[in-house]
Design a protein around this ligand. Structure first.
Ligand code: BGC
Length: 760
């Protein structure tokens, strides 16, 4: 009895304490709102941008006057701590009720210390390191005035043409959910009022990753069953982890723009997913509802408020029309009050009422930015994000001796290492691959550098804006020379070397927002360089720096070694060199499928079976006339310098009953020469059910370290929760019958066993 009583008392005490906290907050905000005019309440719903990094066609004007009048609730993407301090001074001294401003920013993979892009870090399958990266980002950003991060971006993406695939965790709902939770915890920590934690903003709600044809801002049309089973999971995970805010997406859901979709923002988000924070629109997405055909600015603004949107980013539709709509009876005072309360609650939770300047600490900034620990964490994550795609005849790792030709437009480009949304990054602190190879290779390695080619011969694609390059971080500043001359120089460097490292891919401006590509291969200029290098007969290692899966069919056939290094952040160059020289044995695994060609897209591992499965000899089966169905590199794929051998899967039973669990054991042996980490993946298929179910779905994974010759048994426990899905009535449950359990090194190369699992 005593045993039971003690935890009950603690639980009661904690509940009482949090109730007390909430009561205090409610009372504070009610008192404040009691003094606010309706205009000032509407002002709290206005999020403005004064300049800086702008992703739409509008920016806001007369910031000072608006601050004085209490017409600004938050500001986004301001850089300078001094100007933020000045704006906060106006808000808390001049505005009618002295309400502090909320400062937000797209801190999505680091603030000053930049980590690899989110797609890259997802390839580490390492939630602890990912959480730590968000923790470090929060520590750095909050010293610089930012207490609200527009991250995590949890949109599942199955289309690599979409440039924003770079910002998320790839195609899998299970892994995406684990990463979403890790990031929210990293940003928010245990205590939001601490001066080094920040509020997360889960985006983009919802389904933005399903933009048709991979074209940004395009239509989304997804069935409810697919939505609930695959696309919604990571949002739910982030909300369950306590994310304080959500950003609505640009796309339509069921033909209604997300920003004005009441089913989405209220029924689903609040009633079903239990979200209790505030919702901000995306950049001018309220105004963009006019183009979606929802009415004029007054109509769409009212629609958005009624749908459950609390804050309007940049467009000022709320600021300029809500009062009129109220006077005309189109919205209610309660609707304005509710939105205002939610915004004020966020400020309260962040401790801004107690001390509006707690995040504007130039002294703290001096001590927390880019510390050796932060840079080290970035380097470690970059090493673990790199995915070895091919390594014929063990060309890698490289020896720390002899001559290495380091070539390619990305070999010595600083800014392009960082990738999308890295505006806080310091261009001068970035290590390039050229520098990394020199640093890590040591004195016994001679390095010859040649640029070899431009990114492309297409001037329009070459001159795309890269914000960091504008700060001076891009080697594109090198004077451009004729393609033949660049190639000649690179070939000569190759001939005088023992091995060539060709660093090719995409500049940072080719992925991220508004950066869709219809052709995701290496451009001809870079391919020509690669061909010329291969004709020298020297071994060529292709290092890819890019923000999306690329089509690499030709490269896979012709280049002996390929390392996918992504846009790897501040320490990218050093990290890549550490992997190339084998000081770290690569362990990254792809989280987005690499198709053979654009024609196969969308291509993802957890697809449904068709009624006419692929049969090479049967014309009337699901296939292409001119391409295999399967991808070049499947989800979960990634090599190591060593090899891992999987034994047969052992289960503790073949018949499982009711809520019992199933124990699965997989013996994995390091059968190669190097110590290395392996990510052991567990998939399940439910072959017969009331709706068609995927051919397999990731349900668990484990990262293990094995010495050469060592065997470890990986044990997973499967529960009925792992079998559940939403049926056609959207009821979440499992159905008895046969299940196939797969385990393996990727989603394609697996061993399997069957079990029968019946309901009692
Ligand atoms: C993007 C968001 C971003 C916002 C603020 C928009 O264009 O879609 O992801 O958070 O701009 O910069």
């Amino acid at each position: 009895m005593k045993k039971l009583l003690f935890p009950c008392i603690i639980f009661l005490a904690i509940t009482l304490q949090s109730c007390k906290k909430e009561d205090k907050m409610d009372a504070y905000i009610s008192d404040l709102m009691g003094r606010m005019t309706v205009e000032e309440k509407i002002g709290q719903l206005n999020l403005t941008i004064a300049g800086g990094f702008v992703t739409g066609s509008a920016v806001n004007e007369n910031i000072q006057q608006k601050l004085e009048k209490g017409q600004i609730g938050g500001m986004l993407n301001s850089f300078s701590i001094e100007s933020m301090r000045a704006m906060q001074e106006i808000a808390v001294k001049e505005s009618p009720n002295k309400i502090p401003v909320l400062f937000g920013m797209d801190v999505i993979h680091g603030f000053r210390t930049i980590f690899p892009i989110p797609l890259a870090i997802s390839c580490s399958w390492d939630p602890a390191l990912i959480e730590n990266s968000a923790r470090i980002a929060a520590t750095e950003a909050t010293a610089n005035g930012i207490c609200w991060a527009y991250s995590p971006m949890v949109d599942i993406a199955r289309d690599p043409r979409w440039g924003r695939i770079a910002e998320g965790s790839g195609e899998d709902p299970y892994l995406g959910s684990i990463i979403a939770e890790a990031m929210v915890k990293g940003y928010q920590g245990d205590d939001l009022t601490a001066n080094n934690t920040m509020m997360a903003c889960v985006k983009h709600f919802a389904l933005y990753g399903a933009s048709e044809a991979g074209r940004d801002y395009n239509t989304v049309d997804i069935s409810r069953v697919a939505m609930y089973n695959y696309w919604l999971s990571p949002y739910k995970a982030a909300i369950d982890a306590g994310a304080g805010s959500v950003m609505s997406s640009f796309n339509v859901v069921d033909a209604i723009p997300a920003t004005g979709n009441r089913w989405l923002l209220t029924t689903l988000l609040r009633d079903q997913l239990g979200f209790d924070g505030f919702v901000v629109s995306d950049y001018t997405s309220v105004n963009e509802m006019i183009n979606h055909g929802m009415g004029d600015l007054q109509q769409v603004s009212a629609l958005a408020l009624r749908a459950g949107l609390d804050m309007d980013m940049v467009g000022e539709g709320f600021l300029t029309t809500l009062k009129k709509s109220l006077d005309e009876g189109k919205i209610t005072r309660e609707e304005i009050d509710l939105a205002c309360r939610r915004v004020l609650e966020a400020k309260y939770k962040l401790g801004l009422f107690e001390d509006p300047f707690r995040y504007l600490d130039a002294e703290r900034a001096k001590t927390v930015l880019m510390t050796p620990e932060n840079l080290n964490a970035s380097k470690e994550l970059a090493q673990r994000s790199a995915v070895l795609l091919k390594n014929e005849n063990q060309l890698l790792p490289l020896k720390k001796s002899g001559t290495i030709a380091v070539v390619g437009p990305l070999a010595n480009s600083k800014a392009d290492m960082l990738g999308t949304w890295a505006m806080g990054g310091d261009p001068n602190a970035i290590s390039t691959v050229l520098e990394g190879i020199k640093n890590v290779g040591g004195d016994a390695v001679k390095v010859i550098y040649a640029k070899g080619s431009e990114f492309t011969d297409d001037p329009a694609m070459l001159n795309l804006f890269n914000p960091l390059a504008a700060q001076g971080g891009n080697s594109q500043a090198e004077v451009s020379r004729p393609a033949e001359e660049l190639i000649r120089e690179a070939v000569s460097a190759a001939k005088n070397s023992d091995v060539v490292v060709a660093v090719l891919g995409e500049p940072a401006a080719w992925s991220g927002e508004a950066s869709s590509r219809s052709d995701i291969s290496l451009p001809a200029a870079q391919k020509n360089l690669l061909k010329a290098l291969l004709t020298t007969g020297k071994p060529v290692v292709l290092v890819l720096v890019n923000g999306r899966p690329l089509t690499l069919t030709w490269e896979d056939e012709n280049v002996p070694a390929i390392l996918e290094a992504w846009n790897g952040g501040t320490e990218a160059g050093n990290a890549i060199a550490v992997v190339l020289f084998g000081d770290y044995n690569p362990s990254g695994k792809l989280t987005a499928t690499f198709p053979r060609s654009v024609g196969q897209i969308p291509l993802y591992y957890n697809h449904l079976n068709t009624g006419r499965p692929m049969q090479p000899e049967n014309k009337f089966s699901t296939k292409y006339l001119d391409s295999p169905n399967d991808p070049l590199y499947p989800f979960g794929y990634g090599l190591s310098y060593t090899t891992f051998t999987y034994g047969d899967i052992l289960t503790d039973k073949t018949e499982v009953k009711g809520e019992d669990s199933l124990i699965v054991k997989i013996p994995v042996t390091n059968s190669g020469k190097y110590a290395g980490e392996e990510i052991v993946q567990l998939y399940i298929q439910d072959p017969v059910a009331s709706i068609s179910r995927p051919v397999k779905e990731l349900k668990n994974f484990a990262k293990i370290m094995l010495q050469p010759g060592e065997t470890k048994e990986v044990v997973f426990s499967i529960k009925t929760d792992d079998l559940k899905f939403y049926n056609s009535d959207l009821i979440y449950d499992w159905e008895g019958g046969e299940f196939v359990i797969f385990a393996g090194t990727n989603s394609r190369d697996t061993k399997s066993v069957k079990v029968n699992w019946e309901k009692m």
